[in-house]
Design a protein around this ligand. Structure first.
Ligand SMILES: Nc1ncnc2c1ncn2[C@@H]1O[C@H](COP(=O)(O)OP(=O)(O)OP(=O)(O)O)[C@@H](O)[C@H]1O
Ligand SMILES: [Mg+2]
Length: 188
């Protein structure tokens, strides 16, 4: 089977697994993941962070976003432009967020990223213990990582999203760390 088809099948399977968690489980696991993340030296030593704003079944990022803003770190969040590219926009205030076309909270306006990023908190549908990543299939993160300078790419996921093998292509950018509610893997 071609990697594309394998990836599509795995995405379906992973989406199903992830949606099997109820709100309470997702909440509790997300809290554990974010607590672990905030205690890593990579995060503790960071000044600039790029973090997605969680949507639907994703690992919830509200706690880390609040932590970043409270501690006056520089926060950037993703914005998709023209349905084809992801850019990083500075977010200083939660009130600057509004739902985009599909309902993902994004900043209305804000400065575009012009500095290196210390930590990227990266969503995904599947990960391996080697920190390989399966994203949502648009290549937004893979392309963004190929163009931007990042010290530490951290994948966050529920343990049920970890799999032994993923069909990996040349353009798939692996993570430097992976954090689930049960394990932390550091490749650096
Ligand atoms: N750096 C790149 N340059 C050009 N095309 C790329 C690059 N990275 C990924 N792509 C292309 O984008 C498409 C989607 O990639 P892929 O299936 O790996 O998505 P994904 O990793 O699941 O998505 P995402 O990165 O948004 O989470 C593929 O056709 C892939 O070849
Ligand atoms: Mg990819």
């Amino acid at each position: 089977m071609k990697p594309d088809n394998k990836k599509e099948l795995l995405r379906k399977e992973m989406k199903k697994k992830r949606s099997s968690l109820d709100n309470a489980a997702r909440n509790e696991k997300s809290r554990k993941i974010i607590e672990t993340l905030c205690r890593t030296k990579e995060f503790e030593q960071s000044n600039t962070v790029f973090c997605y704003v969680s949507y639907m079944d994703e690992v919830e990022t509200n706690l880390v976003i609040n932590h970043i803003l409270r501690n006056n770190l520089k926060l950037y969040v993703p914005k998709i432009i023209n349905n084809e590219e992801m850019i990083a926009i500075r977010l200083s205030n939660l009130s600057d967020l509004e739902p985009d076309k599909i309902g993902i909270l994004t900043p209305k306006t804000g400065e575009i990223l012009l500095e290196p990023i210390d930590v990227v908190i990266t969503p995904g549908l599947g990960f391996t213990r080697k920190c390989e990543r399966l994203g949502y299939g648009r290549g937004y993160y893979d392309r963004w990582f190929s163009k931007n300078s990042v010290k530490t790419k951290i994948g966050v996921a529920f343990e049920i999203q970890i799999t032994d093998n993923l069909p990996v292509e040349k353009t798939d950018v692996p993570m430097d760390m992976l954090i689930t509610e049960k394990n932390t893997i550091n490749m650096q």
